[in-house]
Design a protein around this ligand. Structure first.
Ligand code: ARG
Length: 472
């Protein structure tokens, strides 16, 4: 192997595509054109794609055994150089594809130029980016499952822990904290399935579409698709090099998942205020104030809440880049990567931070219970009792209960603290059996409808999710 270490010696930007150009690019042109600053992240995928392509070219008789061997060896050396931090990326060489190819020429000489037979950077970048996104989808699924398990553990511990359920952030009806945790397990399960779904669709290999029209060389696209872990090759060469919907689907799944995380983050912020005092964040995920010594701020939760803005921004950014582009490839599409990279990193970080926060937080069951019983949270139970036991139409029961609430409010007490005679003044069919439904525990235990908050129901939902997560 020839070993000229300088990365631009033989293959400058002009030898890559510069046959018809008489002058090099303007400095500003180089700056706007280069993507190596960010697409070097895809070096592993780029090298894997090239190795699969070279092996296929050889099998199809397009590349000699010697050249194929040298190319493969050279690419393997480049992979080690990059991983060791020994690779000098050059902006003049624009992107990861040409940086790698140029270094290959340094290492093995002119045979490097044969690698690009029956291929274009258009299908090369499409396959690299697809593989990169596919890896991030897999990593996101792992993080989502991890968070689901952590929430499931909390739900198990707090199956019977009562807390107020809210609508409009006003106390509505008592629920259990376990039930609340399982609400997020449901959301995350859908997030996971959106990722899996997107993965299924993106798992077709665009390599071999060449510039846009396919190639006259007798390539075997099924072979490269298989070598790179794809289900099959894409069926239309124009579509292969021109769509980025796989990235859009990933970012949009990330946005939806991030939206769920931001809601949980917001709840953590609210629950950890001294006014609520439902949970205590561990020191590992909080910070203090430099001026107010009493403060413990839920920064990690606030950052999860805030960082989702970046993911949403990436989604809108890429939708806007792709909107209205004529087929097939346009250089606009080089703008597909940075947002997607950032969205993936942000989502994974937020999932991990949320996992740590949930695992480490302390639940203050007494505060939750006290709050669960305030705000006349069992008023619906009184109305339901009147329907069931006194055969009142629900609307009338609602009205009677409203009067009881008004009386309790006036007296400054809870519903359960009203005298039986006072209740009977409002409706004579009320008996002292009503008191058994006015506690928060009785309230939650009675909600046994499928999907309801009763601890018995929560327990069966937990075993459902245990089974689901074991089978993945
Ligand atoms: N760096 C380019 C990108 O990310 C690679 C594809 C370039 N193709 C081209 N025809 N100029 O989109």
């Amino acid at each position: 192997m020839a070993s000229d270490k300088s990365n631009t010696s033989k293959y400058s930007e002009n030898t890559m595509w510069g046959g018809r150009f008489s002058a090099g690019p303007d400095a500003i042109m180089e700056e706007i054109n280069a993507s190596i600053g960010f697409d070097q992240k895809m070096y592993r995928q780029d090298i894997a794609g090239s190795r699969a392509h070279a092996a296929m070219l050889h099998k199809q008789g397009i590349l000699s055994a010697q050249d194929a061997e040298n190319i493969d060896q050279g690419l393997s050396t480049i992979l080690s150089e990059i991983e060791a931090g020994d690779f000098k990326f050059s902006r003049a060489l624009e992107d990861i594809h040409m940086n790698v190819e140029s270094r290959l020429a340094d290492l093995i000489g002119s045979a490097a130029g044969r690698l690009h037979t029956a291929r274009s950077r258009n299908d090369q970048v499409a396959v690299d980016f697809r593989m990169w996104v596919r890896d991030r989808v897999d990593a996101s699924i792992v993080e989502i499952e991890r968070l689901m398990l952590t929430l499931l553990e909390k739900a198990e511990i707090h199956t019977d822990t009562v807390m107020p359920g809210f609508t409009h952030l006003q106390t509505a009806q008592p629920v259990t904290f376990g039930h609340h945790c399982l609400a997020y397990v449901e959301m995350l399960a859908r997030d996971k399935s959106r990722m899996e779904n997107a993965r299924e669709r993106m798992n077709e290999c665009p390599l071999g579409a060449a510039a846009l029209a396919g190639t006259g060389f007798p390539i075997d696209r099924h072979m490269t698709a298989q070598a790179l872990g794809f289900r099959e090759p894409t069926r239309n060469s124009l579509d292969s090099v021109s769509d980025r919907d796989f990235a859009l689907e990933f970012i949009s799944a990330a946005s939806i998942c991030g939206t769920h995380l931001s809601r949980l983050a917001e709840e953590i912020v609210i629950w950890s205020t001294p006014q609520f005092n439902f949970i205590r964040m561990s020191d590992k995920f909080s910070t203090g104030s430099s001026i107010m010594p009493q403060k413990k701020n839920p920064d990690a939760a606030e950052l999860v809440r805030g960082k989702i803005g970046r993911v949403n921004g990436a989604l809108i950014g890429l939708l806007t880049v792709m909107k209205g582009l004529p087929l097939t490839y346009s250089k606009d599409m080089q703008e597909d990567k940075e947002g997607a990279f950032d969205a993936a990193e942000t989502l994974e970080l937020c999932l991990a931070a949320m996992n740590g926060m949930i695992a480490d937080m302390t639940v203050n069951a007494d505060s939750m219970k006290a709050a669960a019983g305030s705000g006349f949270s069992t008023a619906t139970d009184l109305a339901d009792w009147l329907v069931r036991e006194a055969d009142l139409p629900f609307r009338e029961a609602h009205h009677v209960t409203g009067r009881a609430v008004a009386l309790a409010e006036e007296r400054g007490c809870d519903l359960a603290e009203l005298e039986l005679s006072e209740l009977q003044d409002i409706n004579e069919s009320i008996t002292d059996a009503v008191y058994s439904v006015l506690t928060v525990e009785a309230s939650v235990s009675s909600r046994t409808s499928f999907g309801g908050t009763a601890p018995s129901g929560v327990r069966s939902q937990i075993s459902y999710w245990r089974g689901q997560l074991k089978s993945t």
